[in-house]
Design a protein around this ligand. Sequence first.
Ligand code: ATP
Ligand code: MG
Length: 320
Amino acid sequence: MAHTVLTGDRPTGPLHIGHYFGSLANRVRLQDRYPTYVLVADYQVITDRDLPGEIQRNITELLLDYLAVGLDPAKVTIFQHSAVPELNQLLLPFLSLVTVSELSRNPTVKDEIAHSSQKAVSGLMFTYPVHQAADILFCKGTLVPVGKDQLPHLEVTRTIARRFNERYGRVFPVPEAMLGDRPLLQGLDGGKMSKSRGNAIALSATEDETAALIRKARTDSERLITYDEENRPQVANLLMIASLCLGRPPAELADEIGYGGASALKRLTTDAVNDFLRPIRKRRKEHDEAEAREILAEGNRRARERAVVTLDEVRAAMGF
Ligand code: ATP
Ligand code: MG
């Protein structure tokens, strides 16, 4: 089947290995086969925080992360929310297709509210999954490579596509999620690895920073290292990180460490991560800010062209 791929990230900080194994690796694979769109979700930043002064900086860094992992702007349309106003126009009819109770029982939204530093929860917190439906459907996306936290959001998009088609005639495909090798990587503190929770190994961190972060990771005091996700989640998480980087099963790595304890586990994990990220970190240095700006300008132009066509179709289907 011919697919169109769409996915994206908020420019809230450097991308980390959770992003890599959750979604980026799939995007790099898919870009050779299908038309691929990658969204810099800048409007989504204000869901749970004031717009940081460094937003432009964050956007540039995100572009550099993309280039570093091997996204190719000749194949991929990289664009930003705020450059495509048609997305906001799609949001309006889409909002009419979901109920307030559907929006308020979204488990990912609940988790984000629980971790938010802001006291008051914004209306956007409940409606951004609908905005995401516009992000995916404007290009008639059919395949969405994401981490597991995104599954409830993708369900909102699927519901909206189905209901729109039922009410106004078929315009949209019903897209599917594509989960990565590790659909949800834990952070070094045991919660979801997130760029804004200070618990992540950034792709762009130095080798020393990586070593320091892993050294601080919580483990336990047992000497014998075993892979037991249920009873020793933090030890298991380090083994999982090393396993993803080395392409070897985590239980095999645990056997190899044996009675080496947490220090041997952390040493092995640090080396695995640094070896894995070395070529990515090297490639990052081969690109600069001016190049990132040009790529985005071209992507914005292409995305907007596509969005205008879909919005016309939507208006015609609705009889406007
Ligand atoms: P923030 O804390 O600002 O929300 P984030 O780390 O959650 O940042 P997002 O920009 O919200 O990152 O998500 C971008 C993509 O990366 C989504 O597809 C999401 O599913 C995926 N992703 C984020 N964190 C992880 C993780 N820990 N493991 C696997 N995939 C992840
Ligand atoms: Mg997030």
